[in-house]
Design a protein around this ligand. Structure first.
Ligand code: XBP
Ligand code: MG
Length: 253
């Protein structure tokens, strides 16, 4: 079926947000609340097994900080911590500290020129998506995306397919007319669960993940003067990801 839409994950795919963005904001929120918790780069790699910030904090308490004297209203306590984390994270975005990954801006522009429809499918909080898009694409950035499916809009976060299914329902498109862009194992489990062909770009945290079934695994989208590295799959002799290659990958049986 003809390609109509590109569905993008955000964290790790559009921008390298986790290690120097989300992780730092979590630690700032913990410090502000007077907690002595510190999520190191290595610990955070393990915590990334669980998507969603609130879910990740609970996972941390259940598995890495069982001694913590939990407040009676644990859910509210975590929700408040997470609100503070979102504030710190969006403040960080507003400093311009987190750029888009190589090739992302070029590919988005090409896609718009080619008349393709764009959507976001992410587990992160909507304010974080707005912040990233505004600070990297400009005030109009959000309007490039027909649907921004994010955060708690579906109860089951990735690896559940729900966020992708929701985005396609909103666009009234079948999976065969779309392709997904992901960076992690939880991400590809979600996109594959929604029957989407998936292009992977890895990052430091996800390079060892299992990407079986991806149409291609790259180290980045690449640029004309900054070729991608093909980790798995066939790039049809291309050195960067353009819409022609995206279409070739989507059509491949
Ligand atoms: C992203 C996430 C998010 C962020 C934190 O996963 O797991 O939880 O780490 O964002 P994906 P929030 O890239 O697979 O969508 O704190 O706003 O939840
Ligand atoms: Mg991701």
């Amino acid at each position: 079926m003809k390609l109509e839409a590109l569905l993008f994950d955000v964290d790790g795919t559009l921008a390298d947000t986790e290690r120097d963005g989300h992780r730092v904001a979590f630690n700032q929120a913990f410090a502000e609340a007077g907690l002595d918790w510190e999520w190191s780069v290595d610990l955070y790699e393990q915590l990334l097994a669980v998507t969603g910030g609130k879910e990740r904090i609970l996972h941390y308490l259940d598995n890495y900080n069982t001694e913590f004297n939990r407040p009676q209203q644990l859910k509210e306590f975590i929700a408040d911590l997470h609100k503070s984390k979102t504030r710190h994270y969006t403040d960080l975005l507003n400093t311009g500290a987190i750029p888009l990954r190589p090739g992302v801006l070029r590919l988005l522009k090409e896609a718009r020129q080619a008349g393709l429809r764009l959507a976001i499918a992410t587990t992160t909080t909507p304010a974080n998506v707005s912040g990233l898009l505004k600070n990297t694409l400009g005030e109009e950035g959000e309007s490039w995306f027909e649907v921004i499916a994010a955060g708690d809009i579906v109860p089951a976060k990735k690896p559940a397919p729900d966020i992708y299914t929701y985005a396609m329902e909103q666009m009234n498109l079948p999976a065969e007319a779309c392709i997904a862009f992901e960076d992690s194992e939880n991400g590809i489990l979600a996109s594959h669960g929604a029957n989407l062909k998936t292009i992977i770009t890895v990052n430091g945290y996800t390079v060892g993940h299992d990407f079986s079934g991806a149409v291609i695994v790259l180290d980045s989208f690449g640029e004309p003067d900054q070729p991608f590295k093909v980790i798995a799959g066939d790039a049809f002799n291309k050195t960067y990801l353009d819409i022609e290659l995206v279409k070739q990958l989507q059509e491949k049986k």
